[in-house]
Design a protein around this ligand. Structure first.
Ligand code: IPE
Ligand code: IPE
Ligand code: MG
Length: 236
């Protein structure tokens, strides 16, 4: 389903790239007396609903923080549950690609994943590459790692002097427009190593809602809030 970009009074304020720190799955489950894995299962359903709304609103790119380079510190049982949800999603997302015009891009250091999982990701990227709504899924993603990886790729390409545009063009998010807004659920006011370079002039939106509590209409409300902000980019 293709829809026009959100129509706004001031076209400079149209949101092109939104990112989500999907935090609070564990607490959501704990409040229900359930294991953390139950929170991740529900969080995965929330992800699908939110991602679809972003596509329906015509947002060019949405980025979702699925698993950080630091999340390996968690108990193995929880890691396994997250990875198994991911694997299942990789098997199911073909329909998503067809019905929601999604172009999936997997961002992060993917070399840690098993070869079959990496191959699934490559196939999905290839299969969806002509679609219009970019959905970046951040897996084993760390912002510092992304910048270091970008610089190393430029050095490897023979560059000796590197400027800001070179780095921007070598990041995992190189296919996406500049980042407009980072949304974090779960009540914590931090960036947790997410999109560090891209966040330079992004807006932030924090909510106490836990990730599984977020509903698609919240996205509309968040975008309304974003639209009413004044972005000066250092000007007046
Ligand atoms: C976010 O929810 C999901 C991942 C980091 C994978 P959490 O699992 O961090 O949930 P809380 O913050 O412990 O509630
Ligand atoms: C950030 O959440 C990472 C993801 C949502 C994937 P965390 O729960 O890992 O962040 P911290 O540990 O509270 O900073
Ligand atoms: Mg958390």
């Amino acid at each position: 389903m293709k829809k026009e970009a959100v129509v706004l009074k001031d076209s400079n304020k149209a949101i092109r790239h939104i990112a989500f720190i999907m935090d609070g799955n564990g607490r959501w489950a704990k409040r229900r007396g359930m294991p953390r894995e139950f929170g991740h299962k529900n969080g995965a359903e929330t992800f699908k609903r939110i991602m679809r709304r972003c596509c329906e609103l015509g947002i060019e790119a949405s980025t979702f923080y699925v698993f950080s380079t630091e999340n390996w510190k968690r108990p193995q049982r929880e890691i396994d549950a997250i990875l198994s949800l991911l694997d299942r999603y990789l098997d199911d997302c073909e329909q998503e690609i067809k019905t929601n015009d999604v172009r999936f891009i997997f961002i992060g250091d993917l070399s840690v994943f098993s070869v079959p999982v990496q191959e699934k990701m490559k196939r999905i990227e290839e299969f969806s590459k002509n679609n219009s709504h970019i959905v970046n899924l951040a897996l084993n993603y760390g912002g510092r790692n992304e910048i270091a990886t970008a610089v190393n790729s430029l050095i490897k390409a023979g560059m000796t002097v590197i400027d800001e545009d070179d780095i921007t063009g070598a990041l995992y998010t190189k296919e996406s427009p500049p980042l407009d807004l980072i949304v974090r659920t779960g009540g914590d006011l931090r960036i947790s190593n997410f999109l560090l370079w891209q966040a330079a002039y992004a807006e932030f939106y924090f909510t106490d809602k836990l990730w599984p509590e977020l509903v698609p209409d919240d996205v509309n409300e968040i975008i309304d809030n974003f639209t009413n902000r004044s972005r000066r980019f250092g000007g007046v």
